[in-house]
Design a protein around this ligand. Structure first.
Ligand SMILES: [Zn+2]
Length: 468
């Protein structure tokens, strides 16, 4: 299995740090609004990467954070006259709803930056002790030039960066030793959320959040660190500088980045009026179509979003779902139980499409080619399955098809209806878990219900629920 490593700028064979396991960290969104479709691309792409590792038998520990303290969140809170926490909690819930609609598997852990401040302070302390950071008037800076390998991920040269950064020195940041230095801890401003620290009240910089959360939940060394290509510099470069200086080890073995999403061949921007949230798309399309559309291109190619391309994705997806429904229908009405010798041969022949699917995915997750293999299999199923087919053959073909669509995160079977009694029982179990302070179990139940399209609301009168 080969994947393209931004660090080496080439495809490399995947060798896990620990046999059979994948430790993967994906930078999550800053939660101050509904997520837009540009945010959706890395979510869908790296969820598919995870699913493929799982298909290959790996045990994947998938961690993705929510940045829930940030200037944008504070700005929004001030605009609405509410707390920053209220804004972040609201948009985390909305984001999870969108992720569920896009069939993104819940992460092993979704750490929140605000719940990990202690660890971040410890890491900053370590950096100060090792001479990689210094404090000036309540702000802690990273001493960029001290980290000799700075620029290795983004392939940037420090001196080029220096000349570009010189103008910063006169914009009030002149307390820094060097214009390349970046912030690890910033002092509190009036009205902002703040935490106690050895350098006074304040809050962490964005980059240190990921370094700490990755370390806490995955260890000092991980297999894969991923995100959108806009994160390569400075975010991931700074994460490397922090983590490797603090831990004294290579941070991540493979760095994966997805390319941009354009809208009607233009960069998405609010000012151009071509800015869409995932929620807006969901009003027009099943989000599964958005997912299928996103996977129709290789993740490292820029992707263009347009109404025509979404319609094409819709009809492509329909073909797959219809084929699966057809197999199920035939199976229900099949007159013969067991496969005939000819069917056994036909089924084994259909294995070539699973093979070509895997070959495409093994080549740096080429989902575009993998989808082509799914279409080949659909065509094969449509031509070989009929009213004469045995139940066993139909079942086997359906199994082969769903194994592949599961990797893509495409559901070819309509969601099962959940009964009210089942929901009530799970809610009661969640309440009991919360009483015992077993919040992990309580969250797990909430996620399970969410996956079934049930949204919980904690109110003063108790827990209310509704169908999404
Ligand atoms: Zn990050």
């Amino acid at each position: 299995m080969k994947l393209y490593n931004t660090m080496s700028k080439q495809k490399e064979e995947f060798v896990p740090l620990e046999e059979g396991k994948v430790k993967m960290y994906v930078c999550g969104p800053t939660v101050y609004n509904f997520i837009h479709i540009g945010n959706a691309r890395p979510m869908i792409v790296f969820d598919t990467v995870r699913r493929y590792f799982e298909y290959k038998g790996y045990d994947v520990n998938f961690v993705s954070n929510f940045t829930d303290v940030d200037d944008k969140i504070i700005k929004k809170a001030i605009e609405e006259g509410v707390t920053a926490e209220e804004i972040s909690k609201r948009y985390i819930a909305e984001c999870k709803k969108d992720m569920d609609g896009m069939n993104i598997k819940p992460a092993t852990k979704n750490p929140l930056a605000t719940e990990e401040i202690g660890g971040m302070i410890d890491m900053i302390q370590t950096l100060i002790e090792k001479g990689y950071a210094y404090e000036k008037n309540g702000t802690v800076y990273y001493r960029t030039r001290k980290f000799k390998e700075y620029g290795k991920l983004s392939h940037k040269n420090l001196d080029d960066l220096q000349s570009g950064g010189r103008s910063l020195l006169v914009t009030g940041e002149d307390e820094k030793e060097d214009s390349l230095d970046f912030v690890l801890w910033k002092p509190k401003k009036e009205g902002e959320p703040a935490w106690e620290s050895p350098w006074g009240e304040g809050r962490p910089g964005w980059h240190i959040e990921c370094s700490e959360m990755s370390k806490k939940y995955l260890g000092e060394q991980i297999d894969i660190h991923a995100g959108g290509e806009d994160l390569v510099f400075p975010h991931h470069e700074n994460e490397i500088a922090q983590s490797e200086a603090a831990n004294g080890k290579e941070f991540a073995k493979y760095w994966l980045h997805n390319a941009f999403l354009n809208i009607d061949n233009r960069k998405m921007s609010k000012s151009l009026g071509n800015f869409f949230t995932v929620r807006e798309i969901s009003e027009q399309y099943d989000l599964q179509i958005l997912r299928f559309f996103m996977l129709s291109a290789h993740y490292r190619s820029p992707l263009n979003f347009s109404a025509d391309l979404m319609e094409a994705a819709k009809s492509g997806l329909d073909r797959i779902v219809t084929a699966a429904e057809n197999l199920r229908f035939l199976k229900k009405n099949a007159k013969v139980e067991s496969m005939s010798a000819a069917e056994e041969e036909a089924f084994s022949e259909s294995g070539q499409y699973a093979e070509s699917f895997e070959k495409a995915m093994d080549d740096d997750f080429n989902t575009a080619d993998a989808i082509a293999s799914v279409f080949e299999l659909v065509k094969y199923a449509n031509t070989t399955a009929n009213v004469e087919s045995s139940a066993e053959y139909l079942e086997a073909l359906l199994g082969r098809l769903t194994a592949l669509t599961d990797v893509l995160g495409i559901v070819v079977e309509k969601k099962e209806e959940v009964l009210d009694t089942e929901i009530e029982a799970l809610i009661a179990e969640r309440q009991a878990a919360r009483k015992e302070r077993n919040f992990a179990r309580a969250d797990e139940i909430r996620d399970t219900l969410l996956a079934k399209g049930i949204i919980l609301e904690d109110t003063r009168e108790g827990v209310k629920w509704k169908r999404a």
